[in-house]
Design a protein around this ligand. Structure first.
Ligand code: ATP
Ligand code: MG
Length: 450
């Protein structure tokens, strides 16, 4: 196993001072999987005060001191070093009633959630693996350290973490761990929403997210109750081959693994059950469902304490997931006017997102070949790329005149805003160039004293 130079140096400094020390947790797991760890956590027998003496004179962050964590910063990279500890009972299913520092790494490993997360490594000792973590990595399973029922009883967040690690590494849940998930998922109610959100978003971006959504709909419905009516919901519409939950799962799987996009697809059709109407032929329609889904998305993202930006973006993308992107004959609409209007309405980033969402939503119906949707997506993106290379004007900000120019010509009050909107539309429709003289001339000839 290869440790970065600062990590092996931190370990040997602690060891030279007489304190056992190891790399631990996610970094050991990822290294053994051959993946680059995104951070390196260390653990040691030294107390925070003792660590401070060992690393005196270095750049330190003391924010975690109460929990036994000192952060040493080297070359702008933080390394968290935490004193070995055990945890007391968890009466609230969330936090240990107490934590105590202990001299033995074994007790520290035993409090960790899964065997693959409960390994430590030091160059002098190799991998310290008390619970069969390496074997579980090889067999690709997530298994609790100790009794799964007890471990989930201590901290219900571990239920979702189990699914998260399985989704991210494409592992399965060991049988007893899976059984405990199914028995204890209602205790997720007691977990802080921001912790659920963090795990849920990582899970949704994992390569096996779809497999987890299919296998554990009750867990996701517990976190987001609006998902529950979709499970097993017959869409009764000839465009749809799958029930609403399977459609949703496929839609999630078919957008790129970005948090906003994956969450948008999870929520995009939550409004369908409430919007359902049947026509005379017995076929179901869902007119107005994006509005209902968007209201749900706004509520869900707020309840999960998503950032303001994420709440707004996911709500917006859900609201517009269904906007028409095709011409009357069914081909992608890629003409200049259409794209400029959509750019004006959504901006470049959201328009690209809507193209991706549209493709995923179509593929997830099961009634169109994915290759056809891929080709349509490519056509849309290429047309957009080509248009944007011309640096076209599609917002007021980019226009060659502004409100003061119109005021200087004598326009007042609402006429200024209306005039600007008219100019932008003339420019976007290609009837006027985005040039100052031409725009001012148009104002004088067409907008004054009408
Ligand atoms: P990531 O790749 O997401 O950082 P990680 O395994 O490092 O994964 P963290 O949440 O950073 O996950 O936690 C670091 C380590 O702390 C875990 O590997 C695990 O050993 C332990 N741990 C974290 N959360 C819990 C928990 N709720 N219960 C028990 N042990 C936990
Ligand atoms: Mg980590």
């Amino acid at each position: 196993m290869h440790l970065p130079a600062p990590v092996s140096d931190l370990i040997s400094r602690l060891r030279a001072a007489g304190f056992p020390a190891y790399a631990v947790g996610g970094c050991v797991r990822d290294s053994l999987l051959g993946l680059p760890p995104h951070d390196w956590d260390l653990c040691t027998a030294a107390s925070p005060e003792e660590m401070k003496r060992v690393f005196a004179g270095e750049q330190l962050a003391e924010t975690g001191l109460k929990h036994g964590t000192l952060t040493v910063i080297r070359d702008h990279v933080p390394y968290e070093i935490t004193t070995f500890r055990t945890e007391g009972p968890y009466t609230d299913h969330r936090h240990p009633d107490s934590v105590s520092f202990v001299p033995d790494v074994r007790a520290d490993l035993a409090r960790r959630d899964f065997t693959v997360n409960a390994m430590a490594y030091a160059p002098e000792e190799g991998v310290l693996d008390l619970f069969g973590g390496q074997e579980d990595l090889a067999r690709r399973v997530i298994r609790c350290v100790g009794d799964p029922g007890e471990r989930f009883g201590e901290d219900a967040l571990r239920i979702l973490r189990a699914l998260r690690f399985a989704a991210v590494y494409d592992f399965s849940l060991e049988d007893e761990t899976a059984a405990a998930v199914r028995a204890l998922f209602p205790t997720l109610d007691r977990v802080a929403p921001e912790r659920l959100r963090e795990e849920l978003l990582k899970l949704l971006c994992g390569p096996a997210a779809g497999r987890m959504l299919r296998a554990f709909p009750e867990v996701f419905s517990r976190i987001i109750p609006d998902l529950s009516p979709m499970v097993g919901y017959d869409q009764r519409n000839h465009h749809h081959r799958y029930d609403l939950w399977e459609h949703t799962v496929r839609a999630v799987e078919n957008v790129p693994p970005e948090e906003d996009l994956r969450l948008t697809m999870l929520l995009h059709d939550t409004g369908k059950p409430a919007a359902c109407t049947l026509d005379d032929a017995g076929e179901a329609h869902y007119r107005g469902h994006p509005r209902i889904s968007a209201d749900i998305a706004a509520r869900v993202t707020e309840a999960l304490r998503c950032s303001r930006a994420m709440q707004d973006r996911v709500t917006r993308l859900v609201l517009y997931h269904d906007i028409p992107l095709r011409t009357a004959d069914g081909a992608p609409a890629v003409d200049r006017r259409f794209l400029l209007r959509r750019l004006n309405q959504f901006g470049e980033a959201d328009l690209r997102a809507l193209f991706l969402i549209h493709r995923a939503d179509r593929i997830a119906t099961g009634s169109t070949p994915p290759e056809r949707e891929d080709a349509r997506l490519r056509q849309r993106m290429e047309a957009l790329d080509a248009l944007l290379r011309e640096k076209p004007c599609f917002t007021l900000k980019e226009m060659a005149v502004n409100g003061s120019d119109l005021t200087a010509l004598g326009l007042r009050g609402p006429a200024v805003g209306e005039g600007l909107a008219r100019l932008l539309s003339e420019v976007m429709e290609g009837r006027l160039p985005n040039e100052r003289e031409a725009l001012l001339a148009f104002v004088k000839s067409d907008l004054i004293n009408l």
